[in-house]
Structure formats: structure tokens, C-alpha cells
Ligand binder design. Structure first.
Ligand code: NAD
Ligand code: ZN
Ligand code: ZN
Length: 345
């Protein structure tokens, strides 16, 4: 089968690989219909993710059809259409029992990281019963690819952890696919204002189209002043960090209102300062989280009932044979205006 393989920093290729086989009774083999590329795949290609070793097939998102299941799989059978979660969950360990699937002692984020992933014609899914979701009849598969990772991530790490409330004020710092997923799902709670912050005017325009009430281009270094002017010098109740660099976490510390929450989503590769000298008396909360994908069934219902339309995030489509073009398009988002690219296997 064709598979997209990471061969070391900045080295990647589409290769011929054997079709995976069941190795544990809890496994399923899924024939991929559609997958996509995540910002995290770009981190891997830069060599930032040490757990992902050369030779690995990348990808942790996608939808497909079950090809075969192991003897212990009871919830799925060959022929079922399924949504693949980016997080594999055994369902039995201490963390799984607490619904912290991301910290599953034998699962978590392993797909396209510690084991071969979804950017291929077939993938082996461990713990199939608790890591796959049935695709409802008539559902739009393309839209559901957004449910493998980015929608649960924006919702769980940004909106739920950030306790977005009716009438509250929210800032979303970074309007990439993850920030936009937080923007779409924040609206479940009817906040009064959602202020989108980014350096890229195209992404800010998309954010306003997706429901942001205000936007700030922070390139001039005056985002704090602009936001304070918009909020009667109060700041925001929820500051969602969706970039993963020191500058944006520091910005969140400056714009959070007394009693507010900084909900960090970004993956941080370097040290970031915490300014307790300014924050110690402000009654704030800081949260961090690796997506657990516990909200997937709920998000599926909201997509089915058209409360949100994740298809808005899809900008480009490629065949698996052209996955290198897909990576180039996704990597140069400022020029190509790419958000999520669909890859059809
Ligand atoms: N916590 C989790 O479980 C989890 C899961 C998936 C992704 N992530 C992380 O979420 C983050 C966002 O992911 P993404 O795919 O949307 O990334 P992305 O790179 O596509 O988007 C980041 C956005 O931030 C903007 N930006 C960059 N520097 C900025 C600055 N100084 N000020 C304001 N905006 C700035 C960019 O223009 C871009 O629009 C990444 O760090 C990713 O690794 C976390
Ligand atoms: Zn991802
Ligand atoms: Zn577990």
C-alpha cells in the first residue's frame, strides 16, 4: 500500500509498505477513505517530536471503513464506516476510567507518533472498541475528519477548560485550524464577544466569518492596548492560547481579566515566563490539556444537527499520490490560505 513516511528531520516520502495486520485481539484494520495533515505533523517533520522515530507512517486523523477486526472487538465489524480518534484509549486503565484518554497508560497519542498512522491506504487501530466511532448514516465524511483531532482539541482544551459562559468575553490568540475550532465551538455557549487575534489578516477575516465579533492584528505589538480599549480596560474572561510560543502565552497573561482563565492549547517547545508578579492578586486560573477526545460523541451530534459546520475549515483536496503537494500547500498557509487539506486515499 502507499504510505507517507517520516524518515528524519525534513525527510519524507510516499513509500510502498505492507498492509498492516491485526497484532492484538483488540485491534481493527481500517481502510482509509479520507485523512488530513495536522500542525503537529509539521512539528514532527522539523524533528520537534522525539517520540516519533524515522520510518514512521504519519497521520492521526481520518475516516474509513473497517477491513477486519481482532477476536476481542465487539462494537465493530468489517464494512462499518468509522471515525478515527487521534487518541487511542484502552478504556480500562486508571486514566481512561477518569476519562483522561490522552494519558492512557498504553495508548494516548500514539497514532502517527509511536505507531504507524493514517496517511496511508490502511491503518491498524489499537483498542478499536474505544478508539473508533461509528459514522452515522448520511453523515458527511469530509466534515467528520475535523472531529478526529481539531474540533475536540479546540473545544476541550480551549472552550471547556476556559469555561466560556453566556455573555462572557473571550479572546482567541491564534486563528489556525485549532483556534478556529475553538471559535466555532465557543459559540455553543453564546459568549457576548469573541475577539480573534492573529498576525495574518486572511485568518482574521476567516475568524470574523466564523463568528468572531472583533479582530486584532497583533503584528504591530499593540494588541494589549487595542483589546483593553475594546473591553473598558477589563480584559477578557477567557483567553485561549492557540499558537504555542512564549509571545502569545505572555499576551494571554496581559489580557486576562480579574477572575478570568487562561486556557492553553498550544504545544510549547521552549521555556515560557509566568508573571506572578503581575498575576498573584488577580484570581486567575491557568489550564493546560492534551486533547482527550471525550467530547467526540457530543460533537458528532452537533455536526449531525448542523449546529456547527466543520467543513468550513476545509480549503484544499488532494489524492494520496499527491500528498507531498498537500504538505507544501499546508506548510505555506500564509500564501496558499490553507486551513485543513483533505487527502483522499
Ligand atoms: N493541546 C493539544 O492537545 C493540541 C492538539 C493539537 C494541536 N495543538 C497545538 O495547537 C497549536 C495551534 O495549532 P494549529 O494547527 O492551529 O497551528 P497553526 O500554526 O496552523 O496556527 C497558528 C496561528 O497562530 C498565528 N500566530 C503565529 N504567531 C503569532 C503571534 N505572535 N501572535 C498571534 N498569532 C500568531 C499564525 O498566524 C496562525 O494562524 C499548535 O501549537 C499545535 O501544536 C495542541
Ligand atoms: Zn493533530
Ligand atoms: Zn487506558
Amino acid at each position: 500500500m502507499k504510505a507517507f513516511v517520516y524518515s528524519g528531520p525534513a525527510k519524507m516520502s510516499l513509500e510502498d509498505r505492507p498492509v498492516p495486520v491485526i497484532s492484538e485481539p483488540t485491534d481493527a484494520i481500517v481502510k482509509i477513505s479520507k485523512t488530513t495533515i495536522c500542525g503537529t505533523d509539521l512539528h514532527i517533520l522539523k524533528g520537534d517530536v522525539s517520540t516519533c522515530q524515522p520510518g514512521r507512517i504519519l497521520g492521526h486523523e481520518g475516516v474509513g471503513v473497517i477491513e477486519s477486526v481482532g477476536a476481542a472487538v465487539t462494537a465493530f465489524k468489517a464494512g462499518d464506516r468509522v471515525l478515527i480518534s487521534c487518541i487511542s484509549a484502552c478504556g480500562k486503565c486508571e486514566y481512561c476510567r477518569r476519562q483522561m484518554y490522552s494519558h492512557c497508560t498504553t495508548g494516548g497519542w500514539i497514532l502517527g507518533n509511536k505507531i504507524d498512522g493514517t496517511q496511508a491506504e490502511f491503518v491498524r487501530i489499537p483498542y478499536a472498541d474505544t478508539s473508533l466511532y461509528p459514522i452515522p448514516e448520511g453523515a458527511d465524511e469530509e466534515a467528520l475528519v475535523m472531529l478526529s483531532d481539531i474540533l475536540p482539541t479546540g473545544f476541550e482544551c480551549g472552550v471547556l477548560n476556559g469555561k466560556v459562559q453566556p455573555g462572557s468575553t473571550v479572546a482567541i490568540v491564534g486563528c489556525g485550524p485549532i483556534g478556529l475550532a475553538a471559535l466555532l465551538t465557543a459559540q455553543f455557549y453564546s459568549p457576548a464577544r469573541i475577539i480573534a487575534i492573529d498576525l495574518d489578516n486572511n485568518r482574521l477575516e476567516v475568524a470574523r466569518r466564523f463568528g468572531a465579533t472583533d479582530s486584532i492584528n497583533s503584528a504591530d505589538g499593540k494588541a494589549v492596548e487595542a483589546l483593553m480599549a475594546m473591553t473598558d480596560k477589563r480584559g477578557v474572561d477567557t483567553a485561549i492560547e492557540a499558537v504555542g510560543i512564549p509571545a502569545t502565552f505572555e499576551l494571554c497573561q496581559k489580557i486576562v481579566a480579574p477572575g478570568g482563565i487562561i486556557a492553553n492549547i498550544g504545544v510549547h517547545g521552549v521555556k515560557v515566563d509566568l508573571h506572578l508578579e503581575n498575576l498573584w492578586d488577580r484570581n486567575i486560573t491557568i489550564t493546560t490539556r492534551l486533547v482527550d477526545t471525550v467530547s467526540t460523541p457530543m460533537l458528532l451530534s452537533t455536526v449531525q444537527s448542523r449546529k456547527i459546520d466543520p467543513k468550513l475549515l476545509i480549503t484544499h483536496r488532494f489524492k494520496l499520490e499527491r500528498i507531498l503537494d498537500a504538505y507544501n500547500t499546508f506548510k505555506h498557509a500564509a500564501d496558499t490560505r490553507a486551513l485543513k487539506v483533505i487527502i483522499e486515499a
